[in-house]
Design a protein around this ligand. Structure first.
Ligand SMILES: [Zn+2]
Length: 230
């Protein structure tokens, strides 16, 4: 079956605005069958979303993810359960693969956020896929990512990198899977059964997203968490 997957979403466990419940509801609304919650340097948001999704027939399949800030930029890991996430890229890849996780450079050529840039080529055969489209990255950055995936013959993922609910599913990947399970999704990605579906937020959403980043920076982190976790 062909399913829609958005595999880069932030909850309020890092710098997103959404609770796990809001993420699930928005994903159902957007007809996504697979989502990965990928908070910065923590699996907590993903684990919490997975816990909440279990037992709800309409909820999407939740993949446990983490957007790890390595020494050289952001790398996404998708796992069966939380793992250690060393900050050195080769150590992270090693740890991830020994736990059957997938490792995917996030927005590798993004000029404003931390992409790993040309290091994509240095670890060429070790990636499981490349994020070839990130809804918050520039056209140029996404073009370079797509080019790298073609050169390295790696599957491409298109993701929203949502921090506010409206962003979820703006970009997504169509994945041809045998079964709706983490194993099924991981196998399909490795087998390159993915079709990235790019998408950009309309201007009003760009502004909303910007407003959220500013607001979040103005409120101390702990206060933000307290404020939103009820
Ligand atoms: Zn992100």
């Amino acid at each position: 079956m062909l399913v829609r997957a958005d595999m880069h979403i932030h909850s309020y466990y890092s710098d997103g605005r959404m609770s796990p419940r809001e993420i699930i509801l928005e994903a159902i609304y957007k007809d996504l069958r697979v989502i990965a919650v990928t908070d910065h340097n923590t699996f907590r948001g993903a684990v919490e979303t997975l816990r909440l999704a279990r037992g709800h027939p309409e909820a999407p399949l939740v993949i446990i993810g983490n957007e790890v800030r390595t020494d050289h930029g952001d790398v996404l890991v998708y796992c069966y359960e939380p793992i250690n996430t060393p900050r050195s890229i080769p150590e992270l890849i090693d740890e991830a693969h020994s736990n059957d996780c997938l490792v995917v450079p996030a927005h590798p050529f993004d000029e404003f956020r931390k992409g790993i840039g040309d290091l994509v080529y240095d670890y060429a055969e070790l990636w499981d896929a490349i994020e070839v489209w990130n809804a918050s990255a520039s056209k140029k950055a996404n073009r370079k990512a797509l080019e790298a995936a073609k050169i390295l013959d790696l599957p491409g993922l298109a993701n929203s990198d949502a921090h506010i609910p409206e962003y979820i599913g703006i970009a997504y990947t169509l994945i041809e899977i045998g079964e709706l399970s983490p194993e099924g999704v991981f196998k399909a990605i490795k087998d390159k059964n993915t079709i990235p579906h790019p998408g950009k937020p309309p201007f009003r959403l760009l502004l909303k997203r910007l407003k959220w980043s500013i607001k979040r920076r103005m409120i101390p982190r702990k206060a933000t968490n307290l404020e939103t976790k009820h």
